[in-house]
Design a protein around this ligand. Structure first.
Ligand code: HSE
Length: 425
């Protein structure tokens, strides 16, 4: 039976989950995959944390050189995160001829071209299933399961922290601040939640997923990004009254005009499959020309779900002789021949505070009409003291047309746009 040695860098939540799966299921993998996988080394600055996870003292390395110089290590699993030491350690491992498995979306999104170059030079594998949507096997699905398809779109809820916060706001009427506090208490959100709530985490993942789906480099810098920090409970409940649920969506589309990639809050109709993806769950909805619609659903974070993705990659690296790399020229920048669409099309939700007097509505609809923004439905309620609030949903129109209309409506002197949110179709 083939024998394979693994080193794990970082014994935090994900490293600990990976260690547990590899050690507890060792015999199962030997029986089902015909490979004996042993964790031979672990790099963790906090030795107590490694020991608490069950790592024997003699397996705790004191530096990366011990790992890359160890002939018994065939696969290095990176669970450190960030782009500092993690990048150096991954590169040095690849250069030493080790296969690398990483859960690091920021690293892979920003430096895949450099890492892949190093992997190709040494003919070793570079696997990153755990970087996107934790335990949900979306990367293997795009690389292998859907390779017969030209993919026209992918749309997903790919950040659990923000999905938990928005679910709490939708179902319990909690404010953003209250929901964030609760997410921190439950360990969903970190002390500094900005990577999640500002949409960075989802944007890294979208750049990786859309590069794979569209077979061209989609750099992180091309992803339009807007987080959920400005979402108000009024918007959530107004949308709900109109039959919509607010989600932080990651959207990638490819057409003859080019590629659009964006992460922002968006309303989805209550009947849409993504509308019922609640709490910390994630889902990705992919449309291919042959298969039609496919939806993958599951846990996008956590020790064992993320460990599941890592260990699947470890087994893949251990049982394959030829390694698969990107289907596109993996460079730092996008291919010059690919256009990225900024003036994309969407339907919109607008909440407008207005002076409650005759002629106001006519002025607003005139601006919308001149900008080719057409209304689907609208509600108005009096707010007292001469004020009213209008909530409307538009037909599909262009982003720049809406921005132009918003600026003009604000300049009327009788209305103030309180919120502009997209509505997914
Ligand atoms: N922080 C991420 C989330 C998990 O909330 O989904 C890791 O990407």
């Amino acid at each position: 039976m083939k024998k394979v040695g693994v080193a794990i860098l970082g014994m935090g939540v994900v490293g600990g989950g990976t260690y547990r799966i590899l050690t507890e299921n060792k015999e199962f993998f030997a029986r089902t995959q015909d490979v004996e996988i042993t964790v031979v080394s672990v790099l963790e600055t906090n030795a107590e944390r490694a020991k608490a996870a069950g790592v024997p003292e003699e397996a705790i390395a004191s530096n990366i050189a011990e790992i890359v110089g160890n002939p018994d290590v065939n696969i290095v699993v990176e669970c450190i995160g960030g782009t500092g030491a993690a990048k150096d350690f991954v590169l040095v491992s690849l250069q030493a001829g080790k296969h690398v498995v990483t859960s690091n979306k920021e690293l892979y999104s920003k430096y895949s071209y450099e890492l892949e170059r190093a992997a190709k030079r040494q003919h070793v594998g570079l696997y990153f299933e755990a970087s996107c949507v934790g335990g949900v096997p979306v990367i293997r699905t795009l690389l292998d399961g859907l390779q017969a398809n030209r993919i026209s779109s992918l749309m997903g809820i790919i950040n659990g922290t923000t999905n938990y916060i928005l679910t709490k706001m939708t179902e319990e009427g909690a404010s953003y601040e209250e929901a964030l506090k609760d997410a921190k208490r439950l360990g969903y959100a970190e002390a500094d939640p900005s990577a999640d709530v500002e949409g960075f985490d989802a944007a890294y993942k979208l750049s990786i997923l859309s590069s794979l789906a569209f077979h061209t480099k989609v750099p992180f810098s091309k992803v339009v990004r807007e987080g959920i920090t400005n979402v108000s409970v009024e918007d959530v409940s107004d949308g709900k009254a109109l039959g919509y649920v607010l989600k932080l969506l990651a959207i990638g589309k490819q057409s003859d005009e080019g590629i659009e990639v964006r992460v922002h809050p968006a309303f989805v109709r209550k009947g849409h499959p993504l509308a019922s993806v609640s709490d910390g769950f994630n889902a990705v909805f992919v449309t291919g020309d042959a298969v039609g619609d496919v939806m993958l659903y599951g846990r996008g974070a956590g020790a064992l779900p993320t460990g599941s993705a890592i260990v699947s990659d470890v087994i893949y690296a251990a049982t394959h002789v030829d390694h698969k790399y990107s289907t596109f020229k993996n460079t730092e920048n996008a291919d010059k021949n690919v256009a990225f669409i900024e003036d994309y099309k969407s339907a919109y939700y607008l909440r407008i505070s207005v002076d409650d007097e005759s002629g106001t509505l006519a002025k607003i609809t005139s601006v919308l009409g001149k900008n080719h923004v057409s209304i689907v439905e609208m509600i108005q309620r009096a707010k007292g003291e001469g004020k009213a609030e209008i909530v409307l949903i538009t037909h599909e129109t262009h982003e720049f047309a809406v921005r132009n209309a918003v600026a003009k409506i604000n300049a009327l002197g009788v209305a103030e746009i309180k919120s502009v949110l997209r509505v997914a179709s």
